[in-house]
Design a protein around this ligand. Structure first.
Ligand SMILES: Nc1nc2c(ncn2[C@@H]2O[C@H](COP(=O)(O)OP(=O)(O)OP(=O)(O)O)[C@@H](O)[C@H]2O)c(=O)[nH]1
Ligand SMILES: Nc1nc2c(ncn2[C@@H]2O[C@H](COP(=O)(O)OP(=O)(O)OP(=O)(O)O)[C@@H](O)[C@H]2O)c(=O)[nH]1
Ligand SMILES: [Mg+2]
Ligand SMILES: [Mg+2]
Lengths: 292, 279
């Protein structure tokens, strides 16, 4: 573990007499390795290590009897600071329907997470409706209908031959007629560098003016997480992230990367395929997981 | 480039190492490769940064080289390709692409809808079968996936199909019960064929980082994987993690997926892949 590695480093360095600033630099190499192994983007890791070094050098680590513990404490604090607060709340509209737009790259878990959110919202006593705006993926609409049915929530669809903006507008109309509180809009997976598809989702956001635009990202995403987050946050008013598939053994460094590049909160984490497997984001738990 | 007699420009080597890390090669593999490059540079008297970069590309291409590409199908039909991997990597779509590719080679293909778990998974594969013009064997949702594969092999014999491609449900490699289910599907497939499964392909998502190594390790422990299909290489992710996987597990990379249409599949080319990391 990182704690053991740092202990080893400091034991060896202590053997040579009092600790110097360059010894901190050496210890931080282990921190940088741990972050990179955890898929933290290498620039984010470098900036983070620079901040950690500043703090470590300034905090009498050099005089401490337990320098490795001090450094771990600083590392943990810096990670938690970057990961942000426990902000697992949805922003509701003053006049319904609240609109939540779900976006992300292919296969990240959007459709499944739409149903999870519907389930959560239902437990909070509100009525939601899913909107089938993925008109490309084979059987995407059917998939949304099936997962919606599993949580007792209807899916609004106009089929796959209608423009997504028209579908969305019609869904808003239907929501108003039926007194639906929340609309959860599923969209097709799209590459952040596919201009046509990014234009589509920008038009959708423009038409819907959603209260939430959530980027659904696979927690195992590697160095590319910064590219995905910055492109989506650049084109849209992303209000938060949902990290999925955290029930696996990925360290989840993508969490740090998306926070560093966008400043938007991670609102929820997906921890399984079933509708109840959505949890609030806990920064301290994520920090420990990233450090391994 | 040489700042002294036989001393290589460390700043440039750092840059190369950063490019590798940024491509998801992984910090330990990247450091090791750059170390090998440094040795090669000294031995071979490499002089320019361009030559240094080209030498690294050839180092990596050599590592990724494998004669076991692309597909090795038994001459006596039906051959079976079993497609596995974690959730959302691109298995179902890649099967449509493989079917299209094999059909283009004049092979008669039959799909087996053995993802009987995920919502609308069977529908998704059925639509692909129609689109690509191949037959499909399916049961109902919740059916035994092994039974679907068994039936598909029998149907292939009856209908004279050359290749069966079996889709399976996405599963995290850390779910022991789901990995046991997959082992059972594989055993039943072998029994149906009366010989080893021709290809057991692990589909990896190029945007995933170091976790792909854990995925490959776990799936390789459960099944006799024959190769990797690296999907979603049309984004900005470079898929460098396969260098570590090839190095540590010896698994050949067979195909690259470069889009969502049936023709967006190419046999893996180690030289092109390595060069693209530095493009
Ligand atoms: N283990 C696990 N699997 C998940 C989680 N979230 C989603 N999945 C699975 O991931 C796969 C992809 O999920 P989808 O909901 O189809 O993903 P998507 O983003 O809608 O995919 P596209 O629409 O094609 O872009 C499915 O097999 C889901 O069951 C999670 O938190 N944990
Ligand atoms: N851009 C791009 N998208 C791809 C590629 N391969 C698959 N996809 C997309 O990735 C998403 C998931 O693909 P699927 O084929 O459903 O993935 P899967 O592994 O079968 O998913 P599960 O069965 O839920 O585990 C879909 O939106 C596909 O269109 C690729 O090479 N490039
Ligand atoms: Mg979807
Ligand atoms: Mg599938």
């Amino acid at each position: 573990s990182l704690t053991q590695k740092l202990q080893g480093v400091f034991q060896r360095l202590r053997g040579k007499g009092t600790l110097k600033e360059q010894d901190i630099t050496e210890a931080l190499r282990e921190v940088r390795l741990a972050l990179l192994e955890a898929d933290v983007n290498f620039r984010v890791a470098r900036d983070l290590c620079a901040r950690i070094k500043e703090k470590a050098v300034g905090q009498e680590v050099l005089e401490s009897l337990t320098p490795s513990q001090q450094v771990i404490k600083i590392v943990h604090e810096e990670l938690c600071a970057l990961l942000g607060e426990d902000e697992s709340r949805l922003q509701y509209a003053s006049r319904p329907p609240t609109v939540i737009l779900m976006v992300g790259v292919q296969g990240s878990g959007k459709t499944t997470t739409c149903a999870k959110l519907a389930h959560l919202i239902r437990r909070q006593g509100r009525r939601s409706m899913l909107v089938a705006c993925d008109i490309y993926r084979p059987a995407a609409i059917k998939q949304l209908e099936v997962v919606g049915a599993q949580v007792g929530v209807p899916a609004f669809t106009l089929g796959d031959r209608t423009d997504v903006v028209d579908i969305a507008r019609a869904a808003v109309e239907r929501a108003r007629e039926q007194g639906v509180d929340v609309l959860i809009v599923d969209t097709a997976g799209r590459l952040h560098v596919d201009q046509v598809m990014m234009d589509e989702v920008a038009r959708l956001e423009e038409a819907l003016q959603p209260q939430e635009a959530l980027l659904v990202l696979d927690a195992m995403t590697g160095q590319d997480a910064v590219n995905i987050a910055s492109e989506f946050a650049g084109r849209l008013n992303i209000t938060g992230f949902i990290l999925t598939k955290l029930d696996g053994d990925t360290r989840g460094g993508a969490a740090l990367s998306v926070r560093a590049v966008s400043g938007k909160p991670i609102k929820f984490v997906g921890v399984g395929e079933k509708p109840e497997m959505l949890e609030p984001f806990h920064p301290e738990r994520m920090a420990s997981r990233i450090l391994g | 480039l040489f700042t002294g007699r036989g001393r290589v420009d460390e700043a440039f080597l750092d840059e190369l190492e950063e490019t590798l890390i940024e491509s998801d090669v992984g910090v330990h593999t990247a450091t090791r490769l750059v170390g090998e490059l440094r040795e090669a540079a000294r031995r071979e008297g490499i002089e320019t940064s361009e030559q240094l970069r080209d030498r690294l590309v050839s180092l990596m291409a050599g590592l990724l080289q494998d004669e076991r590409r692309p597909l090795r199908l038994a001459p006596e039909p039906p051959a079976l390709i079993l497609v596995v991997g974690v959730n959302g990597t691109g298995k179902t779509t890649s099967i449509a692409k493989l079917a299209y590719w094999l059909r283009g080679q004049g092979k008669k293909v039959l799909l087996a809808a053995a993802d009987t778990f995920r919502a609308a998974a069977i529908d998704q594969l059925e639509l692909w079968a129609q689109r690509v013009g191949v037959d499909i064997v399916r049961h109902h949702e919740g059916a035994d996936p092994a039974a679907v594969v068994y039936d598909a092999v029998q149907a292939a014999r009856a209908r004279g199909a050359d290749v069966v491609i079996a889709d399976t449900a996405g599963r995290l490699h850390t779910r022991v019960n789901l990995m046991e289910e997959l082992k059972k599907v594989h055993r039943v497939a072998e029994r149906a064929l009366g010989r080893p499964v021709d290809e057991v392909l692990l589909v990896l998502d190029a945007t995933v980082g170091q976790n792909s190594v854990s995925q490959a390790r776990h799936f390789a422990q459960a099944l006799p994987l024959t190769g990797i299909l690296l999907a979603k290489m049309d984004g900005t992710a470079r898929g460098g993690v396969i260098v570590t996987i090839k190095d540590e597990l010896g698994l050949p990379i067979k195909f690259i997926g470069t889009g969502e249409k049936p023709e967006k599949l190419a046999p893996f080319n180690p030289q092109e892949f390595a060069a693209a990391l530095f493009a």
